[in-house]
Design a protein around this ligand. Structure first.
Ligand SMILES: [Zn+2]
Length: 191
């Protein structure tokens, strides 16, 4: 081969364009490969052996992909534990918020139930007058925040589970709670 031919196969920048024949140290199989900027492991298809082929510059230091991956994994684990700690605090806060909302809703419901009982007792005793009507109004006022509070409780319950489910489009059905509005409708029927 002429000197010209050699310079064709090895361009001025030193990058060989032609594959180089490597011999597997295990079985002697010849494997064609183009050396890269760094040394790498070559897989012998004949015997399954891996062996190092030198980089263009002759170095045989294979970049430690294993060590790199291990380092990344460790960093990910640290990040995970940070996230986990953050999650625990977030969950605790969410559960507390959920409890407050449920307690609030329960208090409203208790108040409304008492007002309904009072209204029923008074209406039975004296019929519908301004006083009884005002009890119904108070009942409605007591009931009004329950739907909101329960939605907030549901929101915090979802938050505590870490699920990012959007709030429901339609508000939940609390018709069993609407004793007050039922009384208001009865009231309208009287007119
Ligand atoms: Zn081999």
């Amino acid at each position: 081969m002429s000197a010209n031919g050699d310079s064709y196969e090895t361009p001025p920048d030193g990058f060989p364009t032609a594959p180089v024949a490597y011999e597997c140290p295990e079985c002697g199989q010849t494997i064609q490969a183009i050396p890269g900027p760094v040394a790498r492991l070559l897989h012998c298809p004949a015997c399954g052996n891996h062996f190092v082929i030198a980089a263009i510059d002759g170095s045989t230091d294979v970049p430690e992909e294993g060590a790199e991956a291990e380092k990344n994994e460790r960093e990910l684990e640290e990040l995970d534990s940070l996230r986990m700690r953050h999650l625990v605090v977030t969950r605790r806060t969410a559960m507390r918020s959920r409890t407050y909302n449920i307690l609030g809703a329960a208090a409203c419901l208790t108040g409304a139930a008492k007002l309904v009982l009072m209204t029923v007792t008074e209406v039975r005793a004296a019929g519908w007058h301004l006083r009884q009507v005002s009890f119904v109004m108070f009942t409605l006022v007591a009931l009004s925040p329950i739907s909101f509070l329960l939605r907030r409780a549901a929101h915090w319950a979802r938050e505590s589970r870490g699920a990012k489910i959007p709030d429901p489009e339609t508000p939940p059905d609390f018709t069993p709670l609407s004793d007050g509005s039922q009384h208001a409708r009865n009231l309208e029927d009287l007119h």
